[in-house]
Design a protein around this ligand. Structure first.
Ligand code: HEC
Length: 155
């Protein structure tokens, strides 16, 4: 039994050497999303850790296997939607993601539950959700030449 415990400790120590590369890609000010302070004060603490190149890494991001799970969330999150690449995003994709973002806020599926456990400030109030939803809608309206169906069937 004690041998098993030693083996387990050895594994936990060994996996600490397998670390993701948590260097943030550079943020280009001419490309990144621009929004007023009211919106940014909600968006940054709740979405930016997974959906931008401005991820903040807490102390436990240095502990495996937690760090591996975080790496997946950050990589997949940035792939799906990266506010730091805003101006470079295809308008059709942007429309879809914005529409989805509004739905996800309504369903309470973003930010992710596992994230909320460690980030109380990302647990948005009704007003904060409304601020984001209105902002996402205003961003959708800015996009050129979107077919009408893109706007009609959400909510
Ligand atoms: C803990 C990391 C994390 C946080 C925080 C987070 N997301 Fe995500 N998000 C993801 C990941 C991972 C994906 C891609 C895979 C998936 O849907 O789970 C994703 C996908 C998305 C998508 C695309 C989904 C689709 O079906 O096309 C949208 C839109 C989105 N997130 C919006 C948001 C918004 C808005 C916030 C803030 C209110 C937010 N997310 C906070 C990790 C996160």
């Amino acid at each position: 039994m004690i041998k098993l415990l030693y083996a387990l400790i050895a594994v936990v120590i060994a996996i600490q050497f397998i670390r993701p590369d948590f260097t943030n890609p550079k943020v280009d000010e001419t490309v990144t999303l621009q929004a007023d302070t009211k919106v940014m004060n909600v968006l940054k603490p709740s979405c930016y850790d997974c959906h931008s190149n401005e991820t903040k890494y807490p102390w436990y991001s240095h502990i495996s296997p937690v760090s591996w799970m975080m790496e997946d969330h950050i990589n997949d999150g940035r792939k799906a939607l990266n506010f730091s690449e805003w101006a470079n995003m295809d308008p059709a994709v942007k429309t879809k993601r914005l529409k989805r973002a509004i739905q996800l806020l309504d369903h309470g599926t973003m930010p992710k539950t596992s994230y909320l456990l460690m980030h109380k400030e990302a647990d948005l109030s009704k007003d904060q959700k409304e601020t984001l939803k209105q902002f996402f809608e205003s961003e959708m309206k800015k996009l050129p030449n979107q077919p009408a169906y893109m706007y009609n069937d959400f909510r």
